[in-house]
Design a binder for this molecule. Structure first.
Ligand code: HEC
Ligand code: HEC
Length: 477
């Protein structure tokens, strides 16, 4: 009898231990499969939770308590990577509402100079850990949660105009205002170049768009614009217990990030990559000149503006997760009656005028300075920039793998797994001075930074004068 009882107990014990052991083992195995370190929390590997394990109030209180710590963590990271100071140049952005910031902002490791660094091989830089941290992929302000984060100017103006609150309770925007695009950005239309900026210095919203655009756009474009300015539920801005705004929200509009059809530098995580820790921060791109682009999204490579418009709400709004989207009330715009109109409106957003460029997109030698002409020569010659950014639109409609991971070892940084990023779409350089920060994740703050980046990454060995000339040329685009 005693013996049988012991056997019974042993069976129970083993049975109780087995599943636990399986779970731990399974998690470690899958971390290996996902290519991330063993001790990294790999929840949200493919799916996000649908049923929350806490009620909304509890989550909000915990998030609010964590917020100062999270913001401090990001501030430390940004200050380690960059010189964030306000150092305006005398060049203004297109509507002359904000100066372009100047100077290289990425910090070098102690004792290093840009010249010395450019003389080292990728292997040496990688082995000695000398790659500037600001050249690495940039983590989201709260990478473990991710989601859309809107800059203060936009939050304030939308609150004024619509009394809709875009402020999250768990995070705030992380970059200083002087490093962002001018606000509100000007609007140039391909259909009415003679009018110049049609924004009247205002931010388009559902309250004022009709008045501002009446008489200038067609009924179809007007209806497209209405939809681009209408809030629809999104992962963090919605009405469920899994939201990051205090009051239940109607949602986000396309132009909450693409302000006036340009960008306000709002960011989120890309919907395309898993597991969650490996996802990329994405800086909002401008929609100016999108009519001339054949592929859309830094990784998605969607082939039409209509596809992107339709899928932005399916994928980007909900982290590429159609399961949680259903719970939060995803709006799926109708292709025939809505998407095409939204696309038609986006397709008339033009680049800002460039008085120094000819119809071939090249500098008019009579109008350019000597430094600008020198910069153009480097761009199309020694710098090899034009091989991926050819005139007249300074893009090649291709994705390229810059193989930046030749210069660093994979590691964790603020809950982001820093590893090879793979192929990314070449962005256009037309109107580039208007859309800092730069690169898909906004990791570079000035055009000078992008020149140093390509000088190292494509191993160009440019002189100081050549680098300055390149920046001067890009300011003409
Ligand atoms: C977080 C704010 C945000 C919101 C809201 C948003 N977008 Fe975007 N949009 C982005 C980002 C970031 C990218 C770049 C995506 C990438 O690199 O993969 C982008 C890219 C695009 C592109 C591709 C442009 C190109 O250069 O290829 C289009 C078109 C676009 N968005 C349209 C829309 C439309 C239409 C909506 C509303 C349904 C919308 N966006 C809402 C941030 C946003
Ligand atoms: C092999 C192709 C290739 C070459 C060569 C190249 N680029 Fe790029 N460029 C890209 C790609 C791809 C991106 C986007 C990379 C990313 O976001 O990670 C980019 C991004 C940029 C950006 C940021 C654009 C934005 O909207 O944020 C600037 C500025 C730029 N390149 C300038 C240059 C200059 C200057 C040179 C020459 C010194 C150069 N590029 C050479 C492919 C190239």
């Amino acid at each position: 009898m005693k013996h049988r009882k012991m056997m019974f107990m042993t069976v129970i014990l083993v049975a109780a231990m087995l599943p636990a052991a399986n779970i731990v083992q399974a998690k470690y195995e899958s971390n290996e499969k996902m290519g991330i370190p063993k001790d990294v929390d790999s929840v949200h590997s493919t799916y996000l939770p649908v049923v929350m394990d806490k009620d909304f109030q509890t989550t909000m209180e915990e998030d609010k308590k964590m917020k100062p710590q999270i913001m401090e963590r990001q501030k430390t990271l940004l200050e380690r990577r960059y010189d964030l100071s306000d150092n305006p140049s005398d060049v203004m952005m297109s509507a002359e509402r904000k100066p372009v910031q100047k100077g290289v902002r990425v910090k070098l490791p102690d004792g290093m100079t840009w010249k010395k660094l450019s003389e080292m091989s990728p292997e040496q830089i990688r082995e000695q850990g000398l790659f500037p941290e600001g050249f690495l992929p940039l983590p989201h302000v709260k990478h473990e949660t991710g989601g859309q984060v809107i800059p203060p100017d936009q939050i304030k103006e939308i609150n004024n105009l619509e009394q809709r609150n875009l402020e999250r309770f768990d995070v705030t925007f992380d970059l200083p205002n002087h490093l962002l695009p001018e606000f509100p950005p000007p609007i140039f239309l391909t259909t009415r170049p003679d009018l110049g900026d049609v924004s009247q210095g205002k931010l388009l919203s559902i309250r004022n768009y009709y008045e501002i655009m009446h008489g200038i756009v067609t009924p179809v474009q007007m209806e497209g614009l209405r939809l681009l300015l209408t809030p629809f539920p999104q992962q963090q801005f919605n009405q469920t217990d899994d939201r990051k705004v205090e009051k239940a929200s109607l949602g986000i509009t396309c132009f909450d990030c693409h302000s006036n059809g340009h960008t306000n530098a709002a960011f989120h995580l890309n919907p395309d990559t898993r597991p969650h820790v490996a996802r990329l921060r994405l800086d909002t791109v401008s929609l100016r000149g999108v009519f001339n682009q054949q592929i859309h999204g830094s990784k998605r490579s969607l082939r039409s503006i209509e596809d992107f418009t339709e899928f932005e709400q399916r994928s980007a709004y909900f982290d590429g997760d159609h399961v949680t989207a259903a719970k939060k009330g995803v709006h799926l715009p109708d292709r025939a009656s809505q998407v095409v109109m939204m696309a038609q409106m986006q397709n008339i957003l033009d680049f800002p005028p460039t008085p120094k460029l000819t119809v071939f997109g090249r500098l008019d030698p009579k109008k350019a300075t000597e430094v600008e002409r020198k910069g153009e020569e480097i761009f199309f010659g020694k710098g090899r920039c034009a091989e991926c950014h050819p005139a007249p639109f300074y893009l090649d409609d291709k994705m390229h793998n810059l193989q930046v991971e030749r210069f660093y070892k994979p590691h964790m940084s603020n809950q982001k797994w820093i590893t090879g990023v793979g192929p990314i779409k070449t962005f256009t350089l037309r109107g580039i001075k208007d859309s800092p920060p730069y690169m898909h994740d906004g990791r570079l703050l000035t055009l000078e930074d992008t020149v140093e980046f390509f000088n190292i990454v494509t191993e160009l060995k440019l002189t100081k004068e050549e680098k300055e000339a390149l920046t001067a040329f890009m300011l003409c685009l």
